[in-house]
Design a protein. Sequence first.
Length: 533
Amino acid sequence: MIRIRQIKIPIDKDNIDNIKKEISKILKINIKDINNLTINKKSIDARYKPDIYFIYEVDININNEDYILKHNKNSNILETPNEQYKFNVTGTNTLTKRPVIIGAGPSGLFCAYMLSKYGYKPIIIERGEKIEDRVNTVESFWNNNKLNTESNVQFGEGGAGTFSDGKLVTQIKDKEHRGSLVMDIFVECGAPKEIKYLNKAHIGTDLLRSIIINLRDKIINMGGEFLYNTKLTNININNNKIESIELNNELILETDILVLAIGHSARDTFELLYNKNIPIEPKPFAVGIRIQHPQNLINKNQYGIEYNEKLGSADYKLTHKSTNGRGVYTFCMCPGGYVVNSSSEQNKLCINGMSNHKRDTDNANSAIIVTVSPDDYGNNPLDGIKFQRDLEEKAYNIGKGLIPTQTYKDYKNNIESTNLGTIKPIFKGSYTLTNLNNIFPDYINESLKETIEAFDKKIKGYANDDVLLSAVESRTSSPIRIIRDDNCESSIKGLYPCGEGAGYAGGITSASIDGIKIAESISSIYKPFNKGE
């Protein structure tokens, strides 16, 4: 096959026929000679707005491919590379006990999928509810503010990403093509096929729910088993090797393989690891606020028009280095979304952003977060957790249990908000007007105010008086890393730290990829169970 990159199509002419016409011009061939066209990538070029283009990369079959490639002088025309993922089972050790995976977020689910597919029969332990029940529990919390600390936006089947925008972008290098496998499995479970090639693919929290159910069913049908409402309460280690685990303070489950696919909010599990002398270390993360703008303002800035159905709701990604040396950046930007109460501990409050697949609310929202490190909160592995909790407790108290919110004009002038301006807030969970300055230390407030003004130079209207800010965005990534070696194993034999909570991923796709890596590591040591075992 031949791969052709940088095919430029005006958005009003976006169809397969026009893509083929452009290919025929580029290759100087008859359009009828183009066969088996597969879209490999699709992105938006809005550099010359309002003239906007889709940029395609496609693979095709044509006659005389060898001749065209031999005489080609265009760097955007090349032979299609082999990007097929391959899972190799090379382990020879015999398993006598089933592998156990703690956590049914993306990393745990994809690890379970691979292990189940190749005959390892994993048991997946999830402290929260299955997705159907979890959705009802979360909706009830947003309506009545009564928190279930074991099943919420952070905990439960699907992980924290279930109540998010469902972004599938990642910046990690993926020479083994695990990311393509992740997309294939998502599509296999009901995701739109476009996620396999869109430059900024997302699923949306509404579609993710049914996809997770389908993924769970496939795992069960291949030999996996799920235990819900089941919490890891102890790890038993003998001679520096995993021997068994305790669940719900009573059930003992023996295993030689323990995959810790815990989320970034599993603070009690982090404390358990620390007390068990399992090697962990503090790591930098970021905290800040979530900002709401009218979506048509973002569309106008990014595309030059307020809305176009083919383009959908526009996003953005911005960075700034403040004069105090702090890195500040937008995070988990949610076009046409909601700001959601994502708390998981009593008397503490944190928030996140969420969008449905259509991204069709009137507001865009994004986190703006400031980097912090052990220099700010201490070098004990658990000090970052204390730092997060302190901010969340202040947010809870200032908001009296509701999401603290303020207009940007009042925030920059350090006065409590008493009225909203022209922007109607869009939340999941109740909010209250207050003064966010009282939540953060001065260096964070200074960094945020300077950054919002700097972003206004890139997106006109970003720092308008009526723009809405809410706090606290504190669960951007794990505050710790569970140390592992090149084979993804802890110094405790049989313990495999995995995914975002372990400090090795930063979103749905990278966490899913890390789950696949763990399955590969296990299969390089152990052979699968025989049929019937």
